[in-house]
Design a protein around this ligand. Structure first.
Ligand code: ZN
Ligand code: ZN
Length: 259
């Protein structure tokens, strides 16, 4: 399976997971011009998209979907509690699928799982082609055993590393917004992400992608170092025993090919 994050953060999210025969896009919060430019650079043909999975109805995850559907045609999978947030143009493309149970698209098995977030509903996804497994969880205020069970034993995990707690606390955000981000239904901190990743390495996961970094309360260096240090405490060397990438807002990452 191939994995590539096209964009990550509060200004727009898009990730693509593919096998030889199936291509799945997860969210699209990018305008069509930006998306087309980035997929062109990554050598991805959007005509091959088999389906689009929506995590939740916040605009940074869905605002680019309706314009895309004017140009391309593929089914859109969305939990029924998030559907009220969608542009009406998306409705004709909605797949009739219970998003609380596993299902298949082409040769990829999809396991949706719930994440605690201040949206109507939010889903993480575990995707497997029988050989490799990729798990994706962003926009979650807290980690719990049920989420961990859906991430563990994967070959690659993309996990939110949203903010440095001190940067957020000392920063300019209004008090209520800080409280919202720090709450159990807000966004996951660097520390909580790093702690989870160091536990996941014990289940065999080797590839990690830190995602949905705040532009104001984090830096790619801080997020990376926080996870790197947590791994080092477990005697795991980044770049040798485990690999950590940072998904960016303003450019795509390098495609990761899992064998
Ligand atoms: Zn988001
Ligand atoms: Zn959100």
């Amino acid at each position: 399976m191939d994995f590539i994050n096209i964009a990550s953060g509060s200004k727009g999210n898009c990730t693509i997971v593919s096998t030889k025969n199936t291509m799945i896009m997860i969210d699209n919060g990018l305008n069509i011009r930006t998306l087309l430019e980035r997929v062109r650079l990554a050598n991805i043909d959007l005509k091959k998209v088999s389906a689009l999975l929506i995590t939740h109805e916040h605009s940074d995850h869905i605002k680019g979907i309706a314009p895309l559907l004017g140009k391309y045609s593929f089914p859109v999978y969305c939990h029924e509690q998030s559907q009220s947030g969608l542009d009406a143009k998306v409705f004709p493309y909605l797949a009739c699928q219970n998003m609380d149970i596993p299902f298949e698209i082409g040769d990829i098995q999809i396991n949706p799982f719930r994440l605690p977030h201040d949206s109507n509903y939010n889903l993480g996804y575990r995707l497997s082609d029988g050989k490799n497994t990729i798990a994706i969880a962003t926009d979650l205020g807290s980690m719990n055993d049920a989420i961990f069970d859906n991430l563990k034993n994967s070959d690659l995990v993309m996990l939110e590393s949203n903010h440095d707690v001190q940067m957020l606390k000392n920063g300019d955000y209004p008090f209520l917004l800080k409280q919202r981000i720090l709450s159990k239904n807000g966004h996951l901190s660097n520390d909580d992400c790093a702690d989870t990743i160091s536990k996941l390495t014990k289940t065999g996961t080797k590839h990690f992608v830190l995602a949905h970094l705040s532009q104001d309360n984090n830096t790619p260096e801080l997020a990376f170092e926080c996870t790197e240090k947590a791994l080092y405490k477990q005697n795991i060397k980044e770049g040798v025993d485990a690999y950590v990438d940072v998904a960016m807002q303003f450019k795509s990452m390098q495609k990761i090919n899992l064998e």
